[in-house]
Design a protein around this ligand. Structure first.
Ligand code: ZN
Length: 180
């Protein structure tokens, strides 16, 4: 069921997706789809790589963002970071406990730490660190230096890799896509 009204404690989002909490489990794919669509918008605007993120609280998407490294000339403007900033502003808090984050690519070391600083409950990711390397990104180099992913098995959960791989392929085939 779709609630008629947006609760007053949450600011409205321009194209707010509204999904009931009790359907959260079955809607995880919808949240990832929203992350994919955000990423697709980002690559079409040449804002950055094919990395989109949405943050969900109580079954509602409260923030979404894509990678803006190229558009903003900001090496930290990964999709997860920009979404965390958006969520903090919207919730009026630095503490995102109770939120889940959905992102098209497995978070890099920087973003993984940022999610932990933000107290995100769980991170759902599509493509893996190894997939990121296949389209020209350097996550794996850093990941190796920081000791890999073995300690984060309960925190990082893979979801819808095939759909995210299709997005990555779309990016890979863009002749004018910049790598960094
Ligand atoms: Zn990152």
């Amino acid at each position: 069921m779709v609630p008629k009204k947006i609760p007053q404690e949450l600011p409205t989002y321009p194209d707010f997706m509204y999904i009931c909490k009790n359907k959260m489990q079955m809607n995880r794919h919808k949240y990832m789809q929203a992350a994919i669509e955000t990423a697709r918008q980002g690559i079409r605007e040449h804002a950055g790589g094919p990395f989109g993120t949405v943050i969900v609280k109580d079954g509602c998407i409260i923030a979404k963002a894509h990678n803006c490294v190229l558009r903003d000339n900001d090496p930290t403007a990964h999709g997860e970071i920009t979404a965390l900033r958006d969520a903090g502003r919207r919730l009026g808090s630095h503490d995102l406990k109770g939120c889940e984050l959905y992102t098209t690519g497995e978070p890099c070391t920087m973003c993984l730490c940022a999610c932990m600083w933000a107290n995100i409950d769980h991170v759902y990711y599509g493509c893996t660190i190894a997939d990121n390397a296949l389209i020209g990104f350097r996550d794996a180099q850093f990941d190796e230096k920081f000791g890999g992913r073995g300690n984060f098995k309960d925190f990082l959960i893979q979801l819808d890799r095939e759909k995210c791989l299709a997005l990555f392929e779309e990016y890979r085939q863009m002749d004018d896509a910049l790598r960094y």
